[in-house]
Design a protein around this ligand. Structure first.
Ligand code: 0GY
Length: 316
């Protein structure tokens, strides 16, 4: 992809009429020159978890945000998509934009139909706003329970939102830490929509795959056929580290082989809040054939499942 270094520079944008911001001093910027993956995704492959940030001068970061990132605009995302050999994106609203989905919607409407979105909405969202987002390609809303990223939202508010978006055929994406699953279980299993879990419910990969913590998550998926999982973010979960993220493979592979029709994969570009290393997106793509070891599993993971959920609008 392009070798320009726009993504590297600390960004302070005191533009006249714009929105000034300064990215966090410890912010790690995405790799501007990832390697070309050895694995070739099947035709039509979808990167089903990625974000756009800003540009902050046009789409300001939310006042309530917990971090200020570098800009990661749609043009960079689409260039990465093409470089990695993917056809489509699912862009997930990041917490740094709060419930202001303008950057997300802007990416969708400029994608030539090659991107769908997951928004974040509050209880004050109007029916007209939901319909406009749907027309732009939004197909889900995200509920975030990770304390370092968001303030607490009462469950009754989330229930109300879920009931509002269900008639549109949207689903709910949930992001939480593994230790919080017991407390969230009843809420998740009461949701009236498909429920997509980010990053396998963030398992502690230092614990065994067949241990109680991860098996609790497996049980959630087994007992509730409306629950899907993204087998994403080895770079975030791994303790053994890059470039191979070996310790995450058994967890992701277990889900892919047990629930081949309810798994999704994404890069998580531009990798917010990575504190120690920034992954090489090419190497992340090379992770796929290690967790989906046959062409059939790869096609389901990267093509069939995301198309069914995001482009054909089908429930489980
Ligand atoms: C991810 C993970 C993170 C951030 C967000 O919306 C967000 O800010 O999702 C994280 O910090 O773990 O999926 O991008």
């Amino acid at each position: 992809m392009s070798t320009d270094t726009a993504g590297r520079s600390p960004q302070a944008s005191p533009l006249a009429g714009g929105h000034a911001f300064t990215m966090d001093a410890d912010w790690k910027v995405f790799d501007p020159r990832p390697s070309r993956p050895r694995f070739r995704p099947p035709p039509g492959a979808v990167d089903a978890h990625c974000h756009v940030f800003g540009p902050g001068a046009i789409f300001p970061y939310a006042p309530e945000r917990k971090y200020t990132p570098c800009d990661a605009p749609k043009e960079r995302l689409f260039a990465l998509r093409d470089f990695l050999g993917f056809t489509r994106n699912v862009v997930v609203q990041a917490t740094c934009h709060g419930t202001d989905n303008r950057a997300l919607v802007d990416a969708l409407v400029h994608s030539d139909g090659r991107a769908r979105g997951v928004a974040s909405v509050g209880r004050d969202v109007t029916d007209a706003e939901l319909e406009a987002m749907h027309a732009a390609g939004v197909r889900g809303t995200r509920f975030n329970f990770v304390r370092r990223l968001v303030d607490f939202t009462p469950r009754e508010v989330l229930v109300e939102i879920a009931q509002r978006i269900a008639p549109l055929g949207w689903h709910v994406v949930v992001y939480f830490e593994a230790q919080d699953l017991p407390e969230l279980w009843d809420f998740f299993t009461s949701l009236p929509t498909t429920v997509v879990v980010d990053h396998m419910g963030r398992p502690d990969v230092g614990k065994p795959v067949d241990g109680p913590e991860f098996q609790r998550f497996v049980r959630l998926m087994r007992e509730h056929p409306n629950v899907w999982s993204k087998v994403s973010c080895p770079e975030r979960l791994s303790k053994s580290g890059p470039p191979d993220y070996d310790d995450v493979v058994p967890f992701a592979r277990h889900l892919v082989e047990t629930f081949p029709d309810r798994v999704l994969w994404g890069t998580d570009w531009p990798h917010p809040n990575m504190k120690v290393h920034m992954p090489d997106d090419g190497k992340l793509v090379d992770f796929v054939p290690r967790i989906a070891t046959t062409t059939d599993l790869q096609r389901r993971l990267l093509v069939d499942n995301p198309l069914r959920l995001y482009w054909e609008g089908a429930a489980p």
